[in-house]
Design a protein around this ligand. Sequence first.
Ligand code: G4P
Length: 289
Amino acid sequence: MTIQWFPGHMTRARRQIQAKLKLIDVAVELLDARIPLSSRNPMIDDILSGKPRLVLLNKSDLADPAATAQWIEYFAGRGLKALPVNAASGNPSKDILARCKELLADKIEKQLSKGMKPRSIRALIVGIPNVGKSTLINKLAGRKAAITGDKPGVTKGQQWIRVGNEMELLDTPGILWPKFEDQDVGMRLAATGAIKETILHPEEIALFTLRYLAAHYADALKGRYALDSVPDDPSDTDEMVKLMENIGRKRGALMSGGRVDLEKTSLLVLRELRAGKLGRITLENPAPL
Ligand code: G4P
């Protein structure tokens, strides 16, 4: 899908989420564990202000576990509990419920002390497109429940989806937008496949990605493409193009005449990265506090 946001969309999406916030106890902010900040709405703190919030680092099966641990610390340093999850093949329901209960412990305690039976925790999942919201809702619901495909402007009657006995989810997630103005953010979103159709050229995205891999995951790169070495200086564009040509040649991505087809090579690298063929890779480091 193409993500296109205009000021009107943003205002409407924000208003819709804020209307939903009135109905819920806890917001579940879904991020892509491979690019936690780039997959985050820049105004999220403002939009969700005052609501207890659980951060989920989804697609953690594809992310570097050491980097995920650093990201959890990063969020903890900002007063947010973050939990790595795998909505596609994991079973995160129990962990999510436990964390939500922790977040709402005071409220639950109050209800109990008044002799009330705590009612189901009501939650809303929010996140940018393709971060795994529908997959997670389906997983939590234990069936194919979520309406897939994002239509930010569409309003429907709200429905609650039961998650066991103690939790209820709003059936439509809150859909947010990433920070498009930042070129590197766009590159990371494109590299992970969050933006499927893009104005960015595959070669640009692959070059950006390969620079990061050469700097942070040289062994994974060497191993996957049987390379003897990778450039010491990933900012050296000539060297990086040579690396890409090298990969293309090894994989037979050639044009007639035997020249390396850089576009084909780029698409191949990106496809393999997204499929986890280079191992578990995170494309963004937390900035120090
Ligand atoms: P959205 O509602 O936030 O837009 O995201 P959605 O659930 O549609 O998920 C987007 C893509 O991410 C889907 O793949 C989905 O399978 C995949 N995905 C979601 N959670 C995880 C996860 O924890 N790990 C991995 N590896 N992938 C995950 P797709 O290629 O768009 O569709 P399909 O292959 O499932 O048909």
